[in-house]
Design a protein around this ligand. Structure first.
Ligand code: UD1
Ligand code: UDP
Length: 368
């Protein structure tokens, strides 16, 4: 443990995309409350930049304004990662942090980890060890690279520890801290519930479905997207379907648009509090999001995932999440089957307890 006479640790926390903001919020809060131990510096890579994909999360989650904006923006994977690397290298030179903390599995995560490690700055990965074992997923490559280079691997669950050990990573680099996304959920759930966002839609609680979709494998091919959307329009005949649309999906929905689509209740991407409010009140969530699978499990909301694999298998083992692939014949029957089942119980996963960010901070202090 560090002596109290030592100066606070300068920790650069990097975030770039929507799920990152939810993950860094509790970490920054815990560090901000311990100025004797931490001097946090927040870098926003700019991977996501729309108000609904970025600013609203800073407001809803009370994240401090970033100290540095890298403005990486959209592009191919190489372009996006390269822009993060070039801009971050400069900022690392200026700030000279003792630690860099990266979260999740987006391009910004991988680019920041590689850049920091090459500057010989100790780097920690929060949400380390998750594996879908599907290398066609861009995030899987980001996870493997990030975990291979980072000094400290902070994992959310036991399966993640096992994955890392199987890859030959020494035990000493792995610390299980739990799930920081659940810290945010735990903290903001009362405010989200108080919004009763379903009422604004003229809906009753547990009488609607919430859908999100943005994985390239589901939305980039027009045929795949059309099949999923067609199954959703089918189900919308039985129960209202709310569909806040991710910008990647919005761009690809236009050519699919037809008069049947009007049965779906589309909206722009929602702010965190409004989304969590709707998620907590939903009868069922249909998604291909990583974070939404976890949040649904924690809340005890049935979740059907439009994927063949998940890097979050605990959500499936606990019985709250079912992988239904994206095969067209499976979707509408799987949804109807799920709607006929009783509601699941909220899912208690060890260390998904609202204190994960405290364990992240404590781990950094312990090894510094
Ligand atoms: C990225 C992550 C994905 C994560 C998702 C969270 C990678 C490889 N992918 O996917 O793991 O699940 O974020 O939402 O890092 N766009 C806008 N406004 C924005 C941001 C993006 O219009 O604020 C549009 C652009 O056309 C852009 C497209 O969305 O080309 C995709 O954005 P990008 O960040 O490359 O990937 P996501 O699909 O968002
Ligand atoms: N989310 C949100 N508004 C939306 C959709 C999702 O606030 O319209 C939140 C969701 O609750 C979770 C996070 O965004 O906290 C997940 O982000 P996303 O699905 O984009 O990324 P993934 O987790 O798949 O990487």
């Amino acid at each position: 443990m560090r002596s109290p006479a030592v100066k606070p640790l300068k920790v650069m926390v990097v975030a770039g995309a929507r799920p990152d903001f939810v993950k860094v919020a509790p970490i920054l809060k815990v560090m901000g409350a311990q100025p004797e131990h931490f001097l946090p510096v927040l870098v926003h890579t700019g991977q996501h930049y729309d108000n609904e994909m970025s600013d609203v999360f800073f407001r809803d989650l009370a994240v401090p304004q970033p100290d540095h904006l890298l403005g990486a923006g959209s592009g191919t994977h190489a372009e996006q990662a390269a822009r993060v690397m070039v801009a971050l290298e400069r900022v690392l030179g200026m700030e000279a942090p003792q630690w860099v903390v990266v979260v999740g599995d987006v391009n910004s995560t991988m680019a920041a980890a590689v850049t920091a490690v090459k500057k010989s700055i100790r780097t920690a990965h929060v949400e380390a060890g998750l594996r879908s074992y599907d290398r066609t997923m861009p995030e899987e490559i980001n996870r493997i690279v990030t975990d291979a280079v980072c000094d400290l691997l902070l994992t959310p669950s036991e399966d993640a520890d096992r994955n890392l050990r199987r890859e030959g990573i020494p035990k000493a680099r792995i610390v299980r801290v739990g799930n920081v996304m659940i810290d945010s959920l735990n903290e903001h759930l009362p405010a989200a519930r108080a919004l009763r966002a379903w009422e604004k839609q003229g809906l009753d609680e547990k009488a609607y479905v919430l859908a999100t979709l943005h994985r390239p494998s589901n939305v980039d091919e027009a045929d795949n997207l059309a099949r999923i959307v067609s199954a959703l329009t089918d189900v919308a005949g039985d129960i209202p379907v709310l569909f806040p649309v991710h910008p990647r999906t919005a761009a690809r929905l236009k050519p699919v648009a037809n008069s049947r689509l009007s049965v779906l209740r589309f909206s722009a991407p929602l702010g965190y509090l409004e989304f969590i409010s709707l998620l907590s009140g939903a009868r069922l969530v249909l998604t291909d999001s990583g974070g939404v699978q976890e949040e649904a499990s924690f809340l005890g909301v049935s979740c059907l995932t439009f994927r063949d694999s998940t890097e979050r298998p605990v959500t499936v083992w606990r019985g709250t999440n079912t992988l239904m692939g994206s095969g067209p014949a499976r979707i509408a029957p799987a949804i109807r089957e799920q709607l006929a089942r009783p509601l699941p119980k909220p899912c208690a996963i060890p260390l998904w307890d609202g204190h994960s960010a405290e364990r992240v901070a404590a781990s950094l202090l312990r090894v510094s």
